[in-house]
Design a protein around this ligand. Structure first.
Ligand SMILES: Nc1ncnc2c1ncn2[C@@H]1O[C@H](COP(=O)(O)OP(=O)(O)OP(=O)(O)O)[C@@H](O)[C@H]1O
Ligand SMILES: [Mg+2]
Length: 563
């Protein structure tokens, strides 16, 4: 609409006239019989389009909420089935994060009610620390507002966009506000809010703000009504919840789906995962622009102390060495440095040996709990899991875990099921764009006894689980569905998969040997009674002796390990 609003009257009118003329010409051309000679071409009048001034009048800031409302596919709201999943996921991820940050064993309740075939009411309740009253409007009514973006710590959320985007989608599709109940402690009242987003301003609009009675001592409940579709099977909300329970063995999860049986899983362990510590960026990964703004904002009085304070693993000695390699004075004031000097500093960093970032900041699920979870969720004959040591991409520590369940009742003729996780969150969409998939495709599963087409996942009765944990997971988009293929990450993924693959290979070969031996034994078994008869006839044995011979031979065969 805006485009056609007369901004600087005259030019627009002229443009309108020109395009009307053009379309008449086009219509005339279309009406011309085929093969007729082309009419003489008239020179097209120069069309006055925009001037810098007319453009200038239209140039204005775009609110991030407006941007993401138009581009909601970037946030995972591109189709109704995915929208229901994404909204659930944003709320559940936040609940798990909040509980862990507060040192509380999570108990999460998810209820999805079908209001109409394409409309649902979602309620997610946690026993977390709650949200202070003053923050509730912005947490739920402002995009890019959160507590996690500026820290480098392993958590499910990172961007400060998830829950307000879900609320915005709900508002867009049903006109209903997000409803929040939150309480921060036994002695505090519970607050109930109804919030909408003013998308033009990216600011919350509070429709209701009152105290209520709530039977939870602390925690948060988020309710929203949204357009969506509920499906069972792959990439469903059900799958997401089951896999969330698997990757979060310390959480109790209750889920009431719109149809079918509820899912209830009590926690498998009473131990909270170790608290992930926040780290500062490692100098090896830093980009020039980031380095410039860090030195602009630093609290360090000298270049040396700034480097020491703002980066991990930079001691006084390392800071001095970096300055020397850059030809800069360690005592220089950070804000006095010009871009060229900072660039010299940037180029000097890789020349100096800096210890790898601390790796204990990454908290894995752990082999034992992956195994236990897999056994609970998947019926199979063989299970294995491995947790690799931490590694580093672009200065960020990360860690890979892999596990698999093989055999049993799993379908044997289909591609294996690949369950991908990032910081304990199951990833359901964009499988082919994900580093995890790339690593799984480029692993040679045939050497571990599975069938595999070129460039495809292996075929066989198997669930393959892969978890990437990091202080910053490099997602390919804001909807956090696929992990970017950094070479260091691919390498670790492949090593993890190969480890599990080797153990699977040993199991598959062992099982094949057993099966072959069984087959041989059954052949021999078939001959034993005939040997008995022959011996009785040749040696004139009694029936009893014959039975004895058969018994001894059968027994010997049973105890023999065939090659
Ligand atoms: N259930 C909850 N309990 C306590 N705090 C919460 C809860 N949900 C959200 N928050 C707070 O609100 C902030 C914003 O949440 P939001 O989901 O929008 O962003 P995020 O989790 O930081 O990042 P991401 O966009 O990657 O999800 C969080 O950073 C957290 O501080
Ligand atoms: Mg979040």
């Amino acid at each position: 609409m805006d485009l056609f609003r007369p901004a600087g009257e005259a030019p627009v009118e002229r443009a309108g006239a020109a395009s009307a003329a053009a379309s008449t010409a086009a219509a005339a051309e279309a009406a011309e019989p085929a093969g007729a000679p082309a009419p003489p071409t008239r020179p097209t009048p120069m069309r006055r389009r925009e001037t810098a001034e007319t453009l200038g009048r239209r140039q204005r800031e775009i609110s991030v909420a407006e941007f993401f409302q138009k581009n909601r596919h970037l946030l995972g709201f591109d189709n109704p089935a995915k929208a229901l999943l994404t909204a659930t996921k944003e709320a559940v991820d936040n609940s798990l994060d909040a509980c862990e940050e507060a040192g509380i064993l999570p108990a999460i309740e998810i209820a999805i009610e079908e209001l109409a075939e394409d409309r649902f009411r979602l309620a997610i309740t946690d026993n977390g620390p709650g949200i202070v009253r003053g923050q509730i409007p912005r947490v739920f009514g402002k995009l890019l507002y959160g507590s996690k973006f500026h820290t480098m710590r392993q958590s499910r959320g990172q961007q400060g966009i998830g829950i307000s985007a879900a609320g915005m989608y709900a508002q867009l599709t049903t006109g209903q506000p997000v409803r929040i109940t939150s309480r921060t402690g036994k002695k505090k009242p519970a607050h109930f809010f109804e919030i909408q987003i003013d998308t033009a301003k990216n600011e919350p609009k509070v429709l209701t703000d009152r105290e209520v009675e709530w039977d939870h001592e602390h925690g948060t409940r988020v309710q929203m009504e949204l357009a969506g579709t509920y499906k069972k099977g792959r990439r469903s909300v059900d799958d997401y919840i089951m896999q969330t329970a698997l990757a979060n063995p310390h959480a109790t999860v209750h889920y009431a789906p719109p149809k079918g049986d509820p899912f209830e899983r009590d926690r498998l362990t009473q131990d909270l995962p170790r608290e992930p510590l926040a780290i500062k960026p490692h100098p090896y990964g830093v980009e020039l622009g980031v380095l410039i703004s860090m030195l602009g904002d630093t609290k360090g009085r000298t270049l040396k102390t700034a480097l020491q304070a703002d980066f991990s693993r930079v001691s006084a000695h390392v800071a001095e060495e970096i300055c020397r390699a850059a030809g800069l004075n360690p005592e220089a004031k950070p804000r006095s440095l010009g871009v060229q000097q900072i660039e010299a500093l940037f180029r000097a960093i890789p020349k100096v040996k800096v210890m790898a970032p601390p790796s204990n900041v990454i908290v894995p699920v752990g082999e034992a709990l992956i195994l236990e979870g897999l056994k609970q969720m998947v019926k199979a004959d063989f299970y294995t899991a491995t947790t690799r040591s931490p590694a580093v991409y672009r200065g960020n520590p990360f860690l890979v875990e892999a596990g698999l369940a093989y055999g049993g009742g799993l379908p044997a003729e289909e591609l294996v099921d690949l369950w991908r996780f990032a910081n304990r969150v199951p990833l359901q969409y964009q499988q082919s764009a994900c580093a995890i998939t790339r690593a799984a495709l480029s692993t040679d599963w045939r050497s571990y006894g599975l069938q595999q087409g070129k460039g495809a996942l292996p075929v066989g009765s198997m669930v393959l689980l892969v978890h990437v944990a990091s202080v910053w997971v490099p997602f390919t988009s804001e909807s956090k569905e696929a992990i970017a293929s950094y070479p260091e990450i691919i390498r670790e993924l492949r090593l993890g998969l190969q480890e599990c693959g080797r153990r699977l290979g040993a199991f598959v070969r062992h099982r094949q040997r057993l099966a072959e031996a069984e087959k041989k034994k059954s052949y021999i078994q078939a001959y034993i009674p005939h040997i008995g008869i022959a011996l009785r006839e040749i040696l004139g044995l009694s029936k009893k002796d014959e039975e004895k011979v058969v018994e001894v031979l059968t027994d010997t065969l049973e105890r023999t390990r065939l090659p």
